[in-house]
Write a new protein. Structure first.
Length: 259
């Protein structure tokens, strides 16, 4: 079933549509970083593009958009991801990877492309679904882990298997043209927003790194050793065809029982 936004999962523990953030009191149509409470960490966008400083190899700053409780208007430039799709995207059949997603329009670097939307699950339900899968089943569940300033970790599990949007058709690439950023609008439950990592031509397939690595950052020696130790029989081959292809899709063993 198609849904443009994430919904509460079968366990019902997390409702991504619940509004818990207070809104800003800006009365202008364009919120400014020095006065808007939503922009206390700095401006998020510049002409609809995610702001990346030259020093940032990865985008790590938290993104909070103006929300339903804010007094600014719908034209506020701090409302990007919540507006949904702005480009024409097409689901198509690939040669080796099953279904894929490509753009019919040119997309400039930094523009929001689409959200990875689905059922937002708790850890127990996500683990139950993962363990119920067979080797022939496709896995759409994504686990996003954010490290907080006090050393704690926030986890978000999204499963578009039964309900979701076009994001479920995005394939992995070891040299992706998209990267994922958790964007918060109405609550601490993030929207898993995918932005263009480079200029993308019309007709080009869209992809991101399932491991969360931004723009093909090199794999560390520790990650390589961990990959060698894991059972490759449980891992699926990667057909991205990039120069630095790791041969297998990224593997997250945290949702699987210990051997």
């Amino acid at each position: 079933q198609y849904s443009p936004d994430s919904v509460a999962g079968a366990d019902g523990d997390i409702d991504p549509t619940e509004i818990t953030f207070p809104g800003c009191s800006c009365l202008t149509s364009s919120c400014e970083a020095d006065v808007c409470s939503c922009l206390c960490r700095g401006e998020n966008y510049n002409s609809l593009c995610l702001r990346l400083t030259d020093e940032e190899e990865e985008y790590t700053r938290p993104v909070f958009e103006c929300n339903a409780m804010c007094r600014c208007g719908e034209s506020c430039p701090n409302r990007v991801v919540q507006r949904g799709l702005q480009f024409r995207l097409e689901v198509f059949k690939t040669e080796k990877k099953g279904w894929g997603l490509r753009t019919l329009d040119f997309i400039a670097k930094g523009r929001f492309v689409c959200e990875y939307a689905g059922e937002v699950l708790g850890f127990s339900e996500a683990r139950r679904r993962i363990q119920a899968q067979t080797s022939k089943d496709s896995n759409y569940i994504i686990a996003v882990r954010e490290h907080l300033h006090d050393g704690q970790r926030m986890e978000t599990f999204v499963d578009p298997t039964y309900m979701g949007n076009v994001g479920r058709f995005l394939n992995h690439s070891c040299e992706p043209n998209l990267f994922m950023v958790p964007v918060r609008v109405d609550s601490m439950v993030p929207k898993l927003a995918l932005f263009a990592a480079t200029d993308i031509s019309a007709g080009e397939e869209l992809s991101y790194d399932y491991s969360g690595r931004f723009h093909n950052s090199p794999v560390t020696n520790r990650e390589q050793q961990k990959s060698l130790e894991e059972d490759n029989k449980l891992r699926k081959p990667c057909y991205c065809g990039s120069r630095t292809c790791a041969s297998f899709l990224p593997w997250d063993s945290s949702l699987f029982p210990a051997p």
